[in-house]
Design a protein around this ligand. Structure first.
Ligand SMILES: O=P(O)(O)OC[C@H]1O[C@@](CO)(OP(=O)(O)O)[C@@H](O)[C@@H]1O
Length: 487
């Protein structure tokens, strides 16, 4: 089942990319020396999946779509959400610009007794699916059709359209939510988020209108019962998942990820280990113990964490390296060590200072500055390798509640980038200073962040990105993406 496509294959491709240059070599990554040169982004996956959401309004479909997109993009699949609501609003805006009148999208527009409105809504869903399919044909891997797709006939149309495309599969993801508190929170979010549908209404009017819209959908809603469909049904995120006709690596990954999600309020804390002796000497890697100031940090950390979290349960994760274990030593919580949390492996440069590396391997040093995410140390790792190795950690983080990770600079950059959805090029330059706790609190869209810096000084190990040579001025790209996802 875990066969042909997906990160397994991709990881392998990537590892050999710069050494094989067109050959079919299957050389495993670690034996490739001198790989610290430019690594072209390999073609990641042949997978082509239409993931069609199903569910009433306010059931968290957009939440699930965006979470899934963030996860799969982090694994380097090409993913895009096609949100039918945004297409509808964009078309209404364009129509207002040309005709001078804006179509009214109040609850009446969603009435299934209104034939003209129903025809228009069906057309929007079809157009959006068509854009999605074209996008998949041009290289995308997973296109998420974020619409209600709430009737059997709508789903049958999607299925019939996708069946015309060779090598494309469709899976439906139904979000059922019976928890009144979650539904109420989703409704409140819609009403207060400055949603363009409700920009000219008071909050009360907006809420009333949105409730009428939900009723309109409830009157025709058909939960998935079609026995032949590939689908996943999530009930009250984290409570129950039904999986039917899910095949292959990527589909299984998607199912597994969704099974691990939950909506319970919780926080994720990140801290680097206290300052190490290597940090003081400007050396990278290694397994050095803490400096005197690092030990002070490990003594001060328990009070900071317990003041913040009170009596709530917390688990501490460290790497297997002594600087993280020492930092966690006084924390009165359950502790787990993870090999996957060990610092980026600097290979032959382990234990050297940046100046020594520049002297000994000038070409590598320059290449790392040019493309730090892809650069792989000789006999060691790249940030890209670390992202792949951290996938089980991400999965477990989604499943768990309060977690404190005592980690390393490169590792925490990768995890932080996942939670804030930051681009690969910026990831290796994220500032994760020593003696600072970063608290992330997942919210409906993204994470809230607080930082607590303890007054114990430490060296600064952040090497800023070298200034790029002047580039010719290019006209800005004014093309808009109005389907609700990033390009
Ligand atoms: O990728 P760059 O910016 O070099 O940072 C990663 C480096 O951070 C360091 C400190 O310089 O982490 P750590 O403090 O955990 O030892 C190095 O060991 C590691 O190689």
């Amino acid at each position: 089942m875990f066969g042909a496509t997906g990160p397994m294959l991709k990881q392998f491709d990537r590892s050999t990319a710069s050494s094989r240059k067109g050959s079919q070599s299957n050389t495993p990554p670690v034996s490739v020396i001198g790989i610290g040169n430019k690594v072209a982004k390999p073609d990641y996956s042949e997978a082509k999946i239409v993931l069609a959401m199903v569910g009433l309004p306010a059931r968290g479909k957009s939440y699930l779509s965006n979470k899934l997109m963030r996860y799969l993009k982090w694994l380097e699949y090409d993913v895009k959400v096609f949100n039918v609501g945004q297409l509808r609003r964009t078309r209404a805006r364009q129509q207002a610009e040309t005709a001078g009148v804006r179509e009214n999208h109040n609850a009446e527009f969603f009435s299934h007794n209104n034939e003209e409105a129903t025809r228009r809504r069906d057309q929007l869903a079809e157009d959006s699916l068509e854009m999605l399919i074209q996008w998949l044909k041009h290289g995308g891997n997973v296109g998420i059709h974020d619409a209600t797709n709430s009737t059997q006939s709508r789903r049958a149309k999607i299925e019939a359209r996708v069946a015309k495309e060779k090598g494309m599969a469709v899976i439906f993801l139904e979000s059922v939510c019976n928890d009144p508190a979650v539904i109420a929170a989703n409704i409140a979010l819609k009403v207060r988020s400055g949603d363009p549908d409700y920009k000219d209404m008071s909050r009360e009017e907006a809420k009333e209108d949105f409730l009428r819209r939900i009723k309109a959908y409830e009157s025709v809603y058909e939960t998935i019962t079609e026995p032949h469909l590939s689908y996943l049904r999530i009930t009250d995120v984290g409570n129950q998942v039904t999986v039917s006709h899910i095949h292959g690596y990527l589909q299984s990954r998607i199912a597994f990820y969704l099974m691990n999600l939950h909506l319970k309020p919780r926080s994720i804390f990140f801290s680097r280990h206290g300052e190490s002796q290597y940090n003081v000497e400007g050396k990278i890697g290694g397994d050095a113990p803490l400096s005197a100031r690092g030990l002070q940090y490990s003594n001060a950390l328990p009070a900071l964490i317990t003041d913040n979290i009170g009596d709530a349960p917390l688990t501490v994760w460290t790497s297997t390296l002594q600087r993280t274990i020492q930092t966690a030593q006084h924390l009165p919580y359950t502790k787990l060590t993870w090999k996957s949390l060990d610092e980026l492996d600097a290979g032959v440069c382990d234990g050297m200072t940046y100046e020594e590396i520049e002297q000994a391997y000038p070409e590598d040093f320059a290449n790392r500055d040019e493309d730090k995410f892809n650069y792989r140390y000789r006999g060691g790792e790249s940030y890209r390798d670390v992202v792949v190795r951290l996938e089980p950690v991400i999965m477990e983080l989604e499943r768990q509640e309060n977690i404190l990770i005592i980690g390393h600079q490169a590792i925490l950059r990768c995890l932080y980038a996942y939670f804030h959805n930051l681009p690969q090029a910026d990831l290796p330059y994220i500032k994760i200073p020593l003696h600072t706790v970063i608290k992330l609190t997942p919210k409906a869209y993204g994470c809230d962040e607080e930082r607590y810096t303890l007054p114990i000084s430490a060296v600064d190990t952040h090497r800023p990105k070298p200034a790029a040579p002047a580039q010719p001025v290019v006209a800005p790209n004014t093309e808009r993406d109005y389907y609700g996802s990033e390009k």
